[in-house]
Design a protein around this ligand. Sequence first.
Ligand SMILES: Nc1ncnc2c1ncn2[C@@H]1O[C@H](COP(=O)(O)OP(=O)(O)OP(=O)(O)O)[C@@H](O)[C@H]1O
Ligand SMILES: [Mg+2]
Length: 250
Amino acid sequence: MIIAVSGKGGTGKTLVSSLLIKSLKDTEKDILAIDADPDSNLPEALGVDVHKTVGDVREELKEDTAKGRIPTGMNKWDILDYKIMESIIETPNFDLLVMGRPEGSGCYCAVNNMLRRIIENLSSNYDVIVIDTEAGLEHLSRRTTQNVDVMLVVTDKSKRGILTAQRIGQLADELDIKFQDLYLILNRVNPENEEEILQKVKETGLDMVGMIYEDDEVAQFDIEGKPLVELPDESNTVKAVNGILSRILK
Ligand SMILES: Nc1ncnc2c1ncn2[C@@H]1O[C@H](COP(=O)(O)OP(=O)(O)OP(=O)(O)O)[C@@H](O)[C@H]1O
Ligand SMILES: [Mg+2]
């Protein structure tokens, strides 16, 4: 099962992605986390050091090609696939692949286009793949996330967050991209305005799979730079994501 986590910037994609990984690790499944956000911070949330990204691998290969260091008769794509496999970081509970962005170039589209290929190549090796996507709608229009099973759209209470969520649903329809399930996650809710926001969410027509409250402990982890996967199991946010996972895996 391939789960992508999307939404407007800063709405909580990385929080949800990292806690899904935390929640999955008790299921004994083979898990791959992919950080597909060029301004990546999933590794920090997972408490993992990253030495090499797919962007770095691509740059290396470009340089090797330019300097004639690719042995004749060897297929460049095979080398790329091999090097990508090598850049996967293994931890006791999950593997992690970071897309990153190529150095010396402002454009990361080429790296992101590789995401589709990576998903195709790796999906048979894992039970669950969780992708923390780049903010916004680009991954849909470039169809890098078209092969995912579950599209989770995270929004906060902001009008733009909810609008982006709605657009993701509409755009998937327009582009005829079929997900098995497309769900909304409402994040950073305060009990005071819960009713009002829930009404707005209802108007989007999206199917809500869970709600996460504004959480001081999450904010504190942020201040201290502590990995979110170290949030205690009693945390309401952790429990909320556990609930979301069980609904997805149903
Ligand atoms: N429920 C919550 N309670 C308190 N703080 C939260 C909550 N959800 C997210 N945050 C904080 O909001 C910020 C953005 O969250 P996060 O990094 O998960 O969003 P994102 O969608 O991945 O952002 P980006 O688009 O920049 O990658 C972080 O500082 C995070 O700690
Ligand atoms: Mg993020």
